[in-house]
Design a protein around this ligand. Structure first.
Ligand SMILES: Nc1ncnc2c1ncn2[C@@H]1O[C@H](COP(=O)(O)OP(=O)(O)OP(=O)(O)O)[C@@H](O)[C@H]1O
Ligand SMILES: [Mg+2]
Length: 309
């Protein structure tokens, strides 16, 4: 096993708390992802396999992609996530896009590998992939090796593989009153039927994400407002907000079936919209207070320089 620096070990120790702070309402998923990532980072996986493989199931907008982005950024750095949307890989020719079609071509997987020795390959909406692409997945999971049209072999053993799918997502939304365990079993059984059994069996961690309740989405709203304020601060706008902003964005962005995506979009659009309006209307005071008046966001000069975020 390679020796890791003290800083690296500390980073691995903090992984759980980092992900727990970023991805809310999925506490049953995070420990299993962290355990798999720890094994991967400590080199406790076979060298002829990917560092880890995951199937993330569940409704739309509940953190499947966000968790993948978060762990990749934290462990491997920016620019180490390579995303492939399988809805664009539904025909026979799709395989060529990934591994090249004519002699000499390397395809998108080859290009990703050229850019990085390690990283995460994220395949979204996996159930839509063409059967030839499924065969490629089997090769990757079995041997972490892929032969491209160029004749070269790609070594993907430094990569985590994440598949996501909304298979049986409607059950998660509809079976709200059965226990999570019952629902989880049901979704996993459906996924096993829809994907090929041999593919399903080769994916190490199969995890079902929960729908996000109103209470969890309020916490997500607070988190995203904080992030948005940090983003705006970076752009030179110093804002403070109060709790009324949270109810405002919840009113506009809460959606029980679409997860937190509409909420995130509302926060970005409306907070930035207020900055645009103020800038075009004569300038943004600094520091400024952002609050709700007549069901509208307004920006005014902040008398006392205290931040409440
Ligand atoms: N559990 C969560 N905690 C914090 N933020 C979340 C969570 N779930 C979703 N979000 C926010 O909502 C946005 C959409 O979530 P994400 O992209 O992870 O959805 P998804 O589960 O991959 O859905 P899809 O199946 O449609 O791809 C994210 O960018 C993130 O800002
Ligand atoms: Mg996604």
């Amino acid at each position: 096993m390679e020796t890791l620096s003290t800083e690296r070990l500390e980073r691995l120790r903090q992984l759980h708390s980092y992900l727990h702070d970023q991805i809310l309402g999925q506490d049953h998923v995070i420990p299993r992802v962290v355990a798999a990532l720890h094994r991967g980072e400590l080199g406790l996986t076979r060298t002829d396999r990917p560092k880890g493989s995951f199937l993330f199931l569940g409704p739309t907008g509940v953190g499947k992609t966000e968790l993948t982005i978060a762990f990749t950024r934290y462990l491997l750095g920016e620019d180490k996530l390579f995303r492939f949307d399988m809805s664009e890989y539904q025909t026979r020719d799709s395989l060529a896009v990934l591994i090249g079609g004519r002699v000499g071509e390397v395809g998108l997987l080859g290009r990703a590998r050229k850019k990085a020795n390690s990283g995460t390959l994220l395949f979204d909406e996996i159930e839509k992939a063409h059967p030839r692409v499924f065969d490629l997945f089997l090769q990757i999971l079995d041997a972490a090796r892929v032969t491209m049209a160029s004749g070269d072999t790609l070594d993907l053993s430094g990569f985590y593989i994440v598949f996501t799918s909304n298979i049986a997502a409607s059950e998660i939304l509809n079976l709200q009153h059965s226990s999570f365990a019952t629902m989880e079993r049901h979704v996993l059984a459906k996924a096993q039927q829809s994907l090929r059994p041999e593919l399903y069996a080769r994916i190490a961690e199969k995890l079902v994400f929960a729908r996000l309740s109103y209470d969890v989405q309020i916490e997500i709203a607070r988190l995203h407002i904080k992030r948005e304020l940090a983003f705006l601060r970076d752009k030179g706008f110093e804002l403070s907000v109060d709790e009324s902003i949270v109810s405002f964005v919840m009113q506009r962005g809460f959606h029980p079936r679409l997860g937190a995506r509409p909420l995130r979009d509302t926060i970005e659009r409306d907070l930035r919209g207020a900055i645009v309006d103020a800038t075009l209307g004569g300038g943004v005071p600094s520091p400024a207070r952002l609050w709700v008046r007549d069901n509208q966001l307004v920006l005014t000069a902040c008398a006392e320089n205290s931040r409440v975020d």
